[in-house]
Design a protein around this ligand. Structure first.
Ligand code: ADP
Ligand code: MG
Length: 744
């Protein structure tokens, strides 16, 4: 910066001492008062490299002052505060430098003793007769409660009781103390809070509070200004103002995310072009005639939505979610045939080769005697086969290409791609999807998910998609009965399984691990172990494994039956072959890991045994049991836990027996296990939330989304000068991950 007289600003007059650089948001944390090199290093581990980051490093919790209670209410070991008068003092000294000060404090409800060791000077600080507030953790000594080294505040007779401060508790790392962090944040708050730009104007703060308060009655006043919120989050003056501050910061975090998503939704419709593929009456009738059954009402509605989307000249972005067996494949089939009818190509991507092959088979059956040319691209093809498929796709000689997700990042070129279907990918987050788009002519996108997705999640991770939900199941399905095995059930259960096989049915046996090993070394990455299951004596136990179970069943309870094995560590060719044998009924029992979790359709399989069930998420177990509800026969699922499992774990599993609704279970799982896998920032490609919690703050997400959409509808690029700050924040946080780059 050059001052008006043209002198460089660096040249300070020789007489003045060099000014200390002013503290700004970007000041290195090392130079904040009281930090220094060493502590700065530790603070960096917490993600605090600058003063600004310290300002936005929020407490994980708070220490609340305890209420004043009567002596009768004191409980040994429980921290408490009480008010009283000092009635006696006694200082005894056993040897030089060793002393004990005993202080008796009385009030209308009784008396307690305070003890101070080797602090004789306290005699003068605690005059007899003075009024005091004592805080500490009492212990019982004889008939009396006693406090050792409590905190004591001496008060004048008429002095009001000082309001105890709520103290912040920050996440710590080794070598950093609460007090350090409190000091640093207090310095930073004092010097910088007022300099933070207010991005939510008063109108927004009023509207947001009013809408949120419909569900959270605590928030009735407008949300506090940013400076107040920052001060209160670090140094609360009361629990009300702390709540208001948290509310504001949570709302802001979610609002910025929702603005980014709203901008992205809008970009996808205005910036991108896709071929319009309208379902004309003729095409529509031709496609529907291919379905050998009557569509459910949800299918009919969803197909209409898809048809409307695909008729437009910008890409469809639709998530179809529905419980297992709700008939999502029909939707995909409809969309693909619609693309092909218009002379475009369609691609369907599945997460595993087994699934890709199944889709290929189902589609090939459905399209037999049609002119649709199909191709399959997956890992087990030979190099020559692969080359040929790639060539045909590029030459437009394949209309519908089915393959694994590896296709996504592979070198596949299409001559005229009109539709991209992504099956069973709830983990395929908005961040990753953003990267797929390349501009120019885009295909329409259809994402299918069988893991019912809690609403909060569709509003965030899938926030750029329109959502159709298939709730009703196709008619004529057998029911699924789920049992939680009790001690000693195994033999009886295997006999039951054998009887079903004798009747001509087939059976799944699912285990959490591929091979025999101890609990704490996960082997099969397809398995997500429940985080709370490796405690106590269970840690020393073995976990059921596919290989071990396979051997045991072959030699024992199911000897004489044809048993197959399938797991994630087998080669793709072996996996495909094992699956194929089961589909054709050549094996009667399939022992496997969760590779069968998604989408596998073998209507004749009606019995499922899950071993080590405590290691699976509820949603995952629900998915699994969907595998035995595909046909007309009733399904039976029995959950066995590996021994040493706690009763609460069984409680969790019981909710599965009590509910058959995937949406209900998904919500429960989401609450019990947190967003974890579903929303992990790694999975979704999105930055983690700082203060908002998608499980807890679901209602705020909804309000933030509504308001963001309204704002973007009125000002699509946030170009109003009053929105400049908000826009900068959106771009800083989400510009890259959501590929919003060209908005700026
Ligand atoms: P998911 O939603 O789990 O992917 P699918 O699309 O694989 O379910 O459908 C499950 C089974 O139900 C398939 O065998 C399919 O042919 C059948 N199905 C789908 N829709 C209907 C319907 N409307 N009526 C009868 N059966 C149907
Ligand atoms: Mg499916």
């Amino acid at each position: 910066m050059i001052p008006p007289d043209g002198q460089p600003s660096g040249a300070t007059p020789a007489s003045a001492p060099p000014p200390r650089p002013p503290l700004t948001l970007s000041t290195d944390i090392q130079f904040v008062t009281g930090v220094g090199r060493e502590r700065a290093g530790r603070m960096r581990h917490l993600g605090i490299a600058t003063a600004g980051q310290a300002l936005f490093f929020f407490p994980r919790d708070y220490e609340y002052p305890s209420e004043l209670i009567s002596i009768g209410e004191l409980r040994e070991g429980r921290p408490a505060s009480l008010e009283g008068h000092i009635t006696e003092l006694e200082l005894t000294s056993r040897s030089p430098g060793k002393s004990v000060l005993g202080v008796l404090v009385e009030n209308g409800s009784g008396a307690v003793r305070l003890l101070f060791f080797n602090q004789p000077y306290r005699v003068d600080l605690l005059p007899r007769g003075s009024r005091v507030i004592v805080s500490g953790t009492p212990r019982l000594a004889g008939f009396r409660m006693e406090f050792v080294h409590p905190k004591v505040i001496v008060l004048g007779e008429d002095e009001p009781i000082p309001e105890n401060r709520i103290l912040p508790l920050y996440p710590l790392v080794e070598g950093l103390k609460q007090d350090h962090l409190r000091k640093v944040t207090s310095t930073v708050v004092e010097r910088l809070a007022d300099r933070i730009e207010e991005v939510l104007d008063e109108e927004l703060r009023i509207t947001a509070a009013a809408r949120v308060s419909a569900t959270l009655p605590a928030m009735t006043d407008p949300l506090p200004e940013i400076a107040t919120a920052l001060r209160e989050i670090h140094q609360p003056s009361s629990s009300e103002s702390l709540n208001a501050a948290r509310g504001r910061l949570i709302f802001q975090e979610l609002f910025v995310l929702q603005l980014a998503l709203a901008i992205r939704r809008r970009r996808l419709t205005t910036d991108l072009t896709a071929p319009p593929l309208p379902p004309t009456a003729l095409i529509d009738a031709r496609i529907r005639n291919r379905f050998p059954f009557e569509l459910t009402s949800d299918q009919v509605r969803t197909i209409e939505e898809v048809g409307r989307d695909m008729a437009r000249q910008f890409p469809m972005n639709r998530l179809v979610q529905g419980d297992v067996g709700s008939g999502k494949t029909v939707i995909a089939q409809y969309a693909m045939l619609l693309a092909v009818a218009h002379g475009h190509q369609a691609v369907m991507m599945a997460p595993t080769e087994v699934l890709a092959r199944q889709h290929y088979r189902v589609l090939a059956n459905a399209l037999a005697h049609s002119r649709v040319r199909m191709g399959l691209l997956c890992g087990s093809l030979t190099a020559a086969e692969r080359r040929q498929v790639l060539r045909q796709a590029a030459a437009g000689e394949i209309d519908v290409l089915v393959g694994t997700q590896a296709l996504l990042y592979g070198e596949v070129r299409f001559s005229k791609l009109g539709l991209c279907v992504i099956d069973e990918q709830h983990k395929f987050g908005v961040g990753q999807r953003a990267k797929l788009r390349r501009g120019g002519i885009d295909p329409h996108y259809l994402v299918l998910s069988a893991t019912p997705i809690p609403r909060t999640v569709t509003m965030t991770m899938f926030g750029d998609l329109d959502v159709s939900t298939l709730r009703a199941k196709p008619p004529g399905r057998g029911a699924v009965h789920t049992y939680l095995a009790e001690e000693g059930w195994r033999d009886r259960w295997w006999r039951f399984v054998a009887e079903r096989i004798d009747e001509g049915r087939q059976a799944f046996v699912v285990t959490p691990r591929v091979a025999r090993q101890l609990v704490d070394e996960p082997a099969d990455s397809a398995v997500s172990a429940s985080p709370d299951s490796t405690s106590g004596e269970a840690a020393a136990k073995e976990v059921s494994s596919a290989e071990e179970t396979y051997r045991e069943l072959c030699q024992g309870p199911l000897s004489g039956y044809r048993v197959g094995l399938l797991h994630g560590q087998m080669s793709s060719a072996d996996k495909a072959a094992a699956m194929e044998r089961f589909v054709q009924g050549r094996t009667q029992v399939l022992v496997s890991t969760t590779v069968i979790e998604v989408g596998i359709d073998v209507p004749n399989a009606t019995v499922m045994t899950v071993l080590g069930a405590e290691r699976f998420g509820l949603a995952q177990l629900h998915q699994l049991r969907g595998r035995v509800s595909r046909g007309v026969h009733d399904g039976h699922v029995c959950l066995f836990t590996d021994s040493g499992v706690s009763p609460t774990e069984n409680e969790r599993l019981k909710s599965l027996i009590e509910s058959a609704d995937g949406f209900e279970i998904a919500e429960a799982d989401f609450r019990l296990r947190g967003p974890g896998d579903l929303l992990g920032s790694r999975q979704s490609g999105m930055p983690a939330m700082r203060i908002a919690d998608l499980v807890r703050d679901g209602e705020v997400v909804a309000v933030a989304r509504e308001l963001a959409q309204e704002l973007i509808d009125g000002d699509p690029d946030l170009s109003a000068p009053s929105r400049a700050g908000l826009k900068r924040q959106v771009m800083r946080r989400y510009g890259d991950v959501l590929a919003l780059g060209d908005v700026a």
